[in-house]
Design a protein around this ligand. Structure first.
Ligand code: UDP
Ligand code: GLC
Length: 393
């Protein structure tokens, strides 16, 4: 089975890390086509996964775009469609991984009569998408996709509420290799020394810096915790949220937290850094579709506290495998931080249970197997369809 994966992003967000894990299984029979240059391309090349960048300039439509801006982006989309159409003739199935990739992929799939599977990583709300994209995803998938892989039940529910067909969907969680998250306690100690964090209670945040990821809530929570509690902010503004980064630095200054907050920027050594934390906090202020970071913390055997919304509630059983708190509530977050600070044995027991659970429930083998089944079924069904005998181009 030959697969053409399509993603619009040049950078490594969670959706791209999911795709990387899937594409790795098809190194010899796939191509990952990207619509922008960047670190994602470099990572695919590094892992010898065939990759082609179709456009050096990212498509300029975002959630603030109006109908006219979306319309003018067609100038960028047409050449992309033509290129994907040409490529798709050499593949059995097109698998799109982002909304913009879906727009390009559906047209190409329709014209080349290659089946389309869409991986849906977002909770479809008008708040997170341009209105056009918000409406377009359910319409395009209803008409053209054979299957929609949703990264959580929350993502699936929002898709159906936005008009998507339930019967198209299948929930497949992100998967992980537990052994990639094993770190020696010596490494963690060394890292804490390097970062000058010895003797402090370290709360780590491992998300890109973006208003809805809610790093500001963690900073505020620190003001309700003892001075010994510090925050490590790992991640960068991946999609142009520089204004938010400036606001976070300003907040640190206003709250007098200079010596209690470290900004580390985007890092490739997440599991090492997580293992050096006492607690991982995931503070999204909007429902998180899945939240890879949460499972990664569990696999690093670190206690996790996260906002009770979206797919997150499917990942954590409160009190058993982690803590859930209401979004945008610094006091409640601080209560959990203080509880973990005061009772490290309880935190360790919960982290241990979470590790056992996550290594089974979110193992990469299971995820890859489920994705493979979807793709194989779609390709097999297509082979049985009479229309297959003649392609448009
Ligand atoms: N991540 C990373 N380096 C960083 C910050 C985050 O590699 O500096 C990774 C993190 O380990 C996780 C992914 O980025 O695998 C973020 O995925 P998640 O699903 O948590 O959120 P997203 O950013 O995709 O909404
Ligand atoms: C998206 C979502 C995130 C999810 C990731 C992988 O980036 O925002 O919640 O974990 O995709 O599915």
């Amino acid at each position: 089975m030959k697969i053409l994966f399509l993603d619009h992003s040049g950078v490594l967000g969670g959706a791209e890390l999911f795709l990387l894990d899937i594409a790795r299984q098809y190194r010899d029979s796939c191509l990952v086509a990207l619509m922008a240059e960047g670190s994602f391309q470099a990572r695919l090349e590094q892992e010898q996964i065939p990759v082609r960048v179709l456009s050096k300039q990212a498509i300029r439509v975002n959630r603030g775009s109006n109908a006219w801006q979306s319309f003018t982006s067609l100038k960028q989309i047409v050449p992309l469609v033509l290129e994907v159409l040409k490529l798709s003739r050499d593949y059995d199935v097109i698998c799109t991984n982002t909304a913009k990739a879906l727009v390009v992929g559906t047209i190409a799939s329709f014209l080349s009569r290659r089946p389309l599977v869409h991986c849906l990583h977002d909770i479809l709300t008008a708040e997170h998408f341009s209105l056009i994209n918000f409406r377009l995803v359910p319409i395009l998938t209803n008409w053209f996709a054979e299957r929609v892989i949703a990264n959580s039940k929350a993502t699936q529910t929002a898709f159906v509420a936005a008009g998507g067909k339930t019967e198209l969907t299948e929930v497949i969680y992100n998967g992980f290799l537990p052994e990639r998250f094993q770190q020696s306690p010596e490494n963690a100690t060394q890292l804490r020394q390097q970062l000058r964090l010895e003797g402090r209670f370290v709360v780590g945040s491992f998300s890109r810096l973006s208003p809805w990821k809610g790093q500001h809530v963690l900073l505020e929570a620190l003001t309700h915790c003892p001075n010994n509690v510090v925050a490590l902010l790992v991640g960068d503004a991946l999609f142009g949220e520089q204004e938010y980064v400036d606001r976070l630095h300003q907040q640190v200054a206003e709250l007098g937290l200079h010596d209690r907050v470290k900004f580390l920027g985007f890092r490739a050594d997440v599991s090492e850094l997580m293992s050096a934390c006492d607690l991982v906090a995931h503070t999204s202020t909007s429902p998180e579709p899945f939240g890879r970071v949460i499972v990664e913390a569990m696999l690093c055997q670190r206690p996790i506290v996260a906002t009770a919304a979206g797919g997150v509630v499917e990942l954590i059983e409160p009190g058993a495998t982690g803590w859930l708190v209401p979004g945008n509530n610094a006091e409640k977050l601080a209560e959990v931080i203080n509880e973990c600070y005061a009772d490290p044995d309880l935190a360790a027991a919960i982290a241990q249970r979470a590790y056992q659970h996550a290594s089974q429930a979110f193992h990469l083998d299971g995820t890859c197997q489920k994705v493979a089944q979807v793709l194989e079924r779609v390709v097999a069904d297509q082979a049985l369809t009479p229309i297959q005998t003649g392609t448009v181009l």
